[in-house]
Each structure stands twice: as structure tokens, then as C-alpha cells.
Ligand binder design. Structure first.
Ligand code: COA
Length: 234
């Protein structure tokens, strides 16, 4: 499937895809029951016009996937956000191609910037580690208020705020151009431990939820184990 798919930097001729893309973002978030920073078709169209997005489609124009760049903290940080692949084209390597393209575009446009992402998905964590990203604590991300305001439309926003923006359901990953491991090093390490990551991600999320619900109900918060504390900073 992937060899038929065209993956390229989007432009103003692609804005007709914007509504389809945002509809799919919303539908996928609902299906997964997870949170999402909601984006309007206008926002997505603007990213295309600015040359800050990557689109994937078939030669006949059928939409396949999308991702865009956001810039924070006066260009000190860049996020590759809104990754989405049309359900019928999933699991054939399209997301990997899109992320590689948007990563290259980010490096070209903002060579000094740290590139980061927040995700609940193991697929994205795998792809990121192939690119040389590493899991980090939230304190290493941008403190740009506008970035965090994007989380307001996420179903987990109350949890994020209850943790003073230090943790939430998402795992933070960062690529630092000034200080990073070679991709093979991080990805082979991640792959070896990917089942463990998946398990700990689930445990972290369920513990966060438990703590949040106890807090909401006025009970005492559960004391986290030090191992989890180290791994996920909560
Ligand atoms: C997440 C998503 C973008 C992945 O797209 P995709 O084209 O299916 O991904 P790829 O085929 O490129 O797979 C990349 C890697 O992730 C793995 N993967 C894909 N889906 C996975 C899943 N649901 N769970 C675990 N691993 C998965 C693949 O096996 C592959 O790993 P490999 O290199 O070891 O083979 C797609 O499922 C999607 O659009 N989901 C809804 C939106 C979303 O979750 N976006 C991410 C927001 S941060």
C-alpha cells in the first residue's frame, strides 16, 4: 500500500482536505476514548498554506494521512502534532513515512529547535524513538501558555491541571538537536522494552485516574511507588 501513497509537504491547493482531516481526528479520538487537542478545519488549512504540514494521499487524490508543525517558545520548541492516518490505510507504514517527512521539514525550518510530542499511543512512541526522540518529564517541554491551552479541549485536562501540568495520561517525548542519542540507539532500546513501556503506560494511566478520582471525591491521594515516580514523574 505504502508505495502508492504520495507523502509530501502540503500547500494551499490541499485545503479542501481540511474538513475530512478534522472529522477523522475527532472520530478517532472518540473511538479510542482518549483526549485530543481539538483543531478546526480553518486551523488545519492555515498550516497547509504556511507550508507547515505534511499530507499523504493516493495518486487519485484519496486522502490518506496528515500531520502539522507547531512552533512554541519563540521557536525554541517545535511540536509535530495532529498525526492522523485514515483507518483503511493504517498499519502499512504510512504514519512512519509522514512522521519522517514532518521531522525533516521541522529540522530544515527550525534547525535549533527541540522537537517534542505528547502521546498516549504506542505506535507514535515507537515511531518517535526511531527518529531519536526520548521519553522525558513534562518539565522539559515548553512552558509556552499557548501550547498548554491546546490541552483544554482534551477530556483529560482536569487531570493535567490537578497535577500542576507535571503529568497526565500522555507520555512526553523529545528530540534535542544539541544533545541526543543516535536513532538506532534509542529505537533498539525502545523496541526491546516496548512491551514494558506499554504495560507501564497503562499502569501510569490507571494510577493517575485513581489518584484524580480520589482527589475529586475528597479522599487521600494514592502514594505512588518510587519506581513509577522515577519513570513517569508522578
Ligand atoms: C497512530 C496512527 C497514526 C498510526 O498510523 P499507522 O499508519 O497505522 O502506523 P504505521 O503503520 O506507520 O506503524 C508504525 C509502528 O507502530 C506500530 N503500530 C501501529 N499501530 C499500532 C497500535 N495500534 N498499537 C501498537 N503499535 C502500533 C506498527 O506496527 C509500527 O511498528 P513497527 O515499526 O515495529 O512495525 C493511526 O493509528 C491513527 O491515525 N490513529 C488515530 C489518531 C492517533 O492516535 N494519532 C496519534 C496522536 S498522538
Amino acid at each position: 500500500m505504502e508505495h502508492h501513497t504520495i507523502v509530501r509537504v502540503a500547500n494551499s491547493g490541499d485545503t479542501h482536505y481540511a474538513q475530512t482531516i478534522t472529522d477523522e481526528m475527532e472520530a478517532s479520538a472518540k473511538a479510542r476514548g482518549t483526549g485530543i487537542a481539538k483543531r478546526s478545519p480553518e486551523y488545519v488549512a492555515k498550516k497547509m498554506e504556511e507550508g507547515k504540514a505534511v499530507i499523504a494521499h493516493l495518486p487519485d487524490g484519496t486522502w490518506v494521512g496528515f500531520c502539522y508543525i507547531e512552533v512554541w517558545g519563540h521557536e525554541a520548541f517545535v511540536a509535530n502534532s495532529g498525526l492522523i492516518v485514515s483507518p483503511e490505510f493504517r498499519k502499512s507504514g504510512v504514519a512512519k513515512l509522514i512522521k519522517q517527512k514532518i521531522f525533516n521539514l521541522s529540522r530544515e525550518k527550525y534547525p535549533q529547535a527541540k522537537i517534542f510530542g505528547l502521546t498516549t499511543g504506542l505506535a507514535v512512541m515507537k515511531i518517535n524513538s526511531d527518529l531519536g526522540y526520548e521519553p522525558v518529564t513534562y518539565s522539559e517541554l515548553t512552558d509556552d501558555e499557548e501550547f498548554w491551552a491546546g490541552c483544554k479541549s482534551c477530556v483529560n485536562y482536569d487531570i493535567l491541571m490537578s497535577k500542576n501540568r507535571k503529568n497526565c495520561m500522555c507520555t512526553a517525548m523529545l528530540y534535542d538537536p544539541a544533545d541526543h542519542y543516535e536513532p538506532e540507539e534509542t529505537s533498539s532500546d525502545f523496541r526491546k522494552k516496548s512491551k514494558i513501556y506499554e504495560r507501564f503506560m497503562k499502569i501510569k494511566q490507571s494510577r493517575l485516574l485513581k489518584m484524580f478520582r480520589k482527589k475529586e471525591g475528597g479522599g487521600a491521594a494514592v502514594k505512588p511507588k518510587s519506581f513509577f515516580h522515577q519513570l513517569f514523574n508522578f
